[in-house]
Design a protein around this ligand. Structure first.
Ligand SMILES: NC(=O)c1ccc[n+]([C@@H]2O[C@H](COP(=O)([O-])OP(=O)(O)OC[C@H]3O[C@@H](n4cnc5c(N)ncnc54)[C@H](O)[C@@H]3O)[C@@H](O)[C@H]2O)c1
Length: 269
């Protein structure tokens, strides 16, 4: 198994993608610290794995929590090899001219940017202290490159994650530490399902070239690959795991009903 003997930390581990990361990493032989805000929720994740997973309550926006989380990996399993900075939030509807914009910006930035910085710093310090190589995996998004509407702070936070990844890879390379990111497209989790509340779910589904959303397990498989020595040639990159979403304009879907409306509205001369 590719991750036999490795110890990984996953933040946001009781969420849609994080819980699948824990499952897939354990399946590849890793021991895992499952971290999230709520101790009962991470204990419930850990309870499924018969000693291979321990739960750890940690708020990634607080450095002391994150440093303690990294220490807990070494206490529980004797070493530490990989962190997946996966915890993230989005506030749909956060727009520059909205009344709450500045507080929305602060909330998203605290988790999506400061949370990732905290994870990078605490993990890198521990790896250097242990004198061993390791891998830091940051979860970005296609919105780190696309200016999608209604999610201004989220888009900016994910663009920052992409640059944090490159800059950290450069500084940490002398210590044998790789830093990589994954940019998922649309993954079927509670975060994506928020789109139903504002009526954009079906629109998003139509933009999927294979007419289906990515599954959390599919992102988790990419994490397992990047955590393994098999991906040794990948460093500083943001790996696209978005079903080709960034490569095309979304396909036109011809419809007779829509054609009638358009022919009436815009008749030929
Ligand atoms: N779902 C998607 O379509 C999609 C697409 C691209 C990127 N992503 C990214 O994937 C990651 C996981 O998202 P998801 O879809 O599984 O979302 P999710 O909402 O299901 O899970 C996110 C988890 O992060 C935890 N969390 C939030 N704030 C935290 C904090 N301060 N400290 C620790 N944990 C905290 C939440 O409790 C939750 O369990 C996020 O970084 C997200 O931005 C998701």
């Amino acid at each position: 198994m590719a991750l036999e003997g490795k110890v990984a930390i996953v933040t946001g581990a009781s969420g849609g993608i994080g819980a699948e990361m824990v499952r897939v990493l354990v399946g590849q032989g890793a021991k895992v610290v499952a971290a999230d805000l709520n101790q009962a929720a991470v204990d419930a994740v850990a309870a499924k794995y018969d000693g291979s997973v321990v739960g750890c309550a940690a708020d990634v926006s607080k450095y002391d929590d994150v440093a303690a989380m990294v220490d807990s990996a070494v206490s529980a399993f004797g070493t530490f090899d990989c962190i997946v900075n996966n915890a993230g939030i989005n506030i749909l509807g956060a727009m520059l001219l909205g009344d709450d914009f500045l507080s929305q910006w602060e909330k998203v930035t605290a988790v999506n940017q400061t949370g990732v910085v905290n994870g990078i710093v605490a993990a890198a310090k521990k790896l250097v202290e242990l004198g061993k190589p390791g891998v830091i995996i940051n979860i970005s998004s296609v919105y780190g490159s696309l200016a999608a509407p209604m999610t201004w702070p989220y888009n900016v936070s994910k663009a920052a994650v992409n640059m944090m990844t490159k800059s950290s890879a450069l500084e940490l390379a002398p210590y044998g530490i790789r830093v990589v990111a994954i940019a998922p497209g649309r993954v079927d989790t509670p975060m994506l399902r928020e789109g139903k509340k504002i009526g954009v779910w079906e629109h998003m589904r139509k933009e999927q070239v294979r007419d289906t959303f990515t599954q959390p397990s599919e992102i988790a498989e990419v994490v397992a690959f990047l955590a393994s020595d098999a991906s040794n040639a990948i460093n500083g990159s943001t790996v696209a795991a978005e079903d080709g979403y960034m490569a095309f304009k979304f396909p036109l879907v011809p419809s007779e009903e829509q054609a009638k409306i358009e022919m009436e509205k815009y008749p030929d001369d």
